[in-house]
Ligand binder design. Structure first.
Ligand SMILES: *Cc1c(COP(=O)(O)O)cnc(C)c1O
Length: 221
């Protein structure tokens, strides 16, 4: 099946499950060629995710107007040296994993007057391979609410990855825990969780943004 068909079949599935919520489906196009992205845009896909800033720039420049023809999300860890490159192209950042990065992002967006919404990455699986805040760290940060958003850089909510094991029970547990943090400490916030292998579980746990790559584009080349 082609990209647009895959995308539409997930949209239909989400539609049939809309009692669980109506999340935004982000088509994760990392490592996929520009032609496939072009095809997806023509097929009506709007939200895209890339995890390497430069790759996103090369792929999406020339494909239309950001925020109008497509909405680009950076997913995964944020590097200081790349922050200035978000300006003019990226609308969301999923994966702010330290206070230092957060301050740099805020400063840069306010200087450039480019609006960006970001998610704090929370790592509850205690796998060293995953970056982000621990639960304690994120709760501490949330106490300083007034410092979390500025005119051009706004806290959208929390992002997490399910456990690498893929075990459904574990995955439910991790997603539930993030949902609890939101409910208790930032109820207006959104949740970014769920990938190709676990987006159904994420949906059941109230996710607002699903980041789906291979189930839409096929295996990465
Ligand atoms: C690659 C990636 C995804 C998409 O993964 P799939 O398994 O291909 O759906 C989602 N989120 C992050 C942070 C990623 O790096």
């Amino acid at each position: 099946m082609g990209v647009s068909e895959n995308y539409r079949s997930i949209v239909q599935e989400l539609e049939s499950l809309k009692q669980l919520g109506t999340p935004t489906l982000i088509a994760v196009s990392k490592f996929q060629p520009k032609e496939k992205v072009q095809e997806a845009i023509s097929g009506g896909v709007i939200h895209f995710g890339e995890n390497r800033v430069q790759e996103g720039i090369e792929k999406f420049s020339g494909l239309g107007k950001p925020e109008k023809d497509f909405i680009l999300h950076h997913i995964g860890p944020v590097q200081s040296s790349h922050i200035r490159k978000y300006t003019g192209l990226y609308s969301f950042v999923h994966g702010v994993g330290s206070e230092k990065i957060l301050q740099e992002l805020k400063r840069r967006m306010d200087v450039d007057r480019w609006k960006i919404r970001y998610f704090l990455q929370v790592n509850l699986t205690e796998e060293d391979s995953k970056s982000g805040f621990s639960k304690e760290e994120v709760l501490k940060l949330l106490q300083k609410k007034e410092t979390l958003s500025s005119e051009f850089c706004m806290l959208e909510g929390f992002m997490t990855m399910g456990p690498s094991s893929g075990d459904p029970k574990e995955t439910h547990k991790v997603f539930q825990e993030i949902a609890e943090i939101r409910k208790e400490f930032f109820p207006q916030g959104k949740l970014s969780m769920g990938m190709s292998g676990d987006y159904r579980i994420a949906l059941e746990e109230g996710s607002d943004y699903l980041r789906v790559g291979t189930a839409i584009f096929g295996e990465r080349t």
